[in-house]
Design a protein around this ligand. Structure first.
Ligand SMILES: Cc1cc2nc3c(=O)[nH]c(=O)nc-3n(C[C@H](O)[C@H](O)[C@H](O)COP(=O)(O)O)c2cc1C
Ligand code: SF4
Length: 373
């Protein structure tokens, strides 16, 4: 019944056993809880897990591919996922937060005078000056690091890398944030140079490795997202990325307004529908024949099968639905869709848990029943 969803697909030179991918999801959990959650998702039948926000530069905090301990962490993650016949992809990420500019807010955050919701716009306000003033030497160091990080990710056991096309790539691409007057700013071609150099750096080091690109599209009328590219810029951007070595695209709304826009709840004024960002896939596919993965509020097997069978997308990615029920794919393949715990897009304990520094959970956690809400 779910023939397309259950069928394999080749991205670059790797074959996924079916069309369901776990979207990049930072969880804010302890290592032990995170490994358990990722293992549950791998065991639940999806074909690939994208590990969110793997830093491209050596990082003092969190897990770094460059340190012995961090490398061993990612190696263990890859082994854990592979044990369940599931592939693993590293989302290579460079923040566009000006860490030095953040220091002045730390006392306010620690004393809770500034909430997470209040902090975000304060940080967003610094993106344009930070991106516009970054020295060229530093820019080149970052784009080259995408290549180094990809080599390390491959060594650690990752099957693919995804370039996080939002964050620094997205801010450089966006005329809203990028006010540079050198070869990285001004014309669209110049603004896209950062993303293209990042992809080229990977391709020059790894001739055959699959490179996915998280393509963040900014919408006008009504305006949503500040990073990323406009749909009118896609005819230039997509072929440039493909020529640089991208082998598949993961398409979504651009970031830097509210997180509730890129992770929309069921009551979102504009993106409440299932498959709310697929219209951006419809735009991207005009300019490439490469496989495209859709994401955003995907929940129901019948709806997803239809989008895949119609050729609108070649893969479907889910974050919250697999947090709500890691066994989604196994239940679909077994014809037990009635047993799926459906994500109701309440954002209460996943995004809500992350914002409250409690880590990602779900309203279904601790429930014994395996049926719908
Ligand atoms: C808790 C949480 C953390 C996320 N972390 C990341 C991340 O690290 N990188 C990223 O590109 N997207 C991240 N996302 C966005 C998801 O990949 C996805 O695009 C979004 O949640 C919409 O898909 P969904 O409706 O299936 O949840 C995160 C989403 C959630 C809910
Ligand atoms: S808390 Fe709500 S939105 Fe988040 S995964 Fe669970 S059901 Fe979905």
């Amino acid at each position: 019944m779910y023939e397309t969803l259950c069928s394999p697909i080749t991205l670059g030179n790797v074959t996924l056993k079916n069309r369901l991918i776990f979207a990049p999801t930072t969880m804010g959990l302890s290592d032990e809880d995170y490994f358990k959650k990722i293992e549950d998702i791998a065991a639940g039948g999806c074909s690939m897990i994208i590990i969110g926000d793997v830093p491209v530069l050596p990082a003092r905090f969190g897990h770094s591919l460059y340190s012995k301990k961090g490398f061993a962490y990612y190696q263990k993650l890859a082994e854990t996922v592979h044990r369940h016949d599931c592939l693993i992809c590293a989302q290579l990420h460079q923040t566009d937060t000006n860490l030095k500019g953040m220091i002045k807010y730390i006392p306010g955050v620690l004393t809770k005078k500034i909430s997470q919701q209040e902090l975000r716009p304060l940080l967003n306000a610094q993106v344009a000056p930070y991106i516009s003033g970054l020295p060229v030497k530093k820019v080149k160091k970052i784009t080259a690091a995408f290549g180094t990080a990809a080599v390390l990710a491959k060594k650690a056991g990752f099957d693919m890398v995804q370039v996080h096309g939002d964050r620094m790539c997205g801010s450089f691409s966006s005329a809203v944030f990028n006010h540079r007057t050198d070869c990285y700013g001004g014309s669209a071609e110049n603004r896209f140079r950062f993303a293209v150099e990042a992809v080229s750096a990977i391709r020059s080091q790894l001739a055959d490795f699959p490179i996915d690109f998280k393509l963040a599209v900014r919408q006008e009328n009504p305006h949503y997202g500040n990073a990323g590219v406009l749909d009118t810029e896609l005819p230039l951007f997509v072929p440039m990325l493909e020529a640089a070595g991208v082998t598949s695209f993961h398409v979504t709304l651009a970031n830097h307004s509210s997180l509730e826009d890129t992770i929309p709840g069921a009551k979102h004024p504009y993106f409440s529908e299932e498959g709310c960002f697929l219209k951006f896939c419809d735009q991207v596919c005009k300019y490439t024949k490469l496989p495209i993965c859709g994401v955003g509020g995907l929940v129901h097997p019948d709806f997803i099968e239809q989008q895949l069978a119609d050729g609108r997308i070649q893969c479907a990615a889910m974050s919250r639905q697999l947090i709500a029920d890691p066994q989604w794919m196994n239940k679909v393949a077994a014809g037990e869709t009635g047993k799926i715990r459906r994500c109701v897009r309440c954002n209460k304990r996943c995004l809500g848990g992350m914002m409250a520094h409690q880590g990602v959970h779900c309203i279904y956690d601790n429930r014994l029943s395996g049926t719908n809400a």
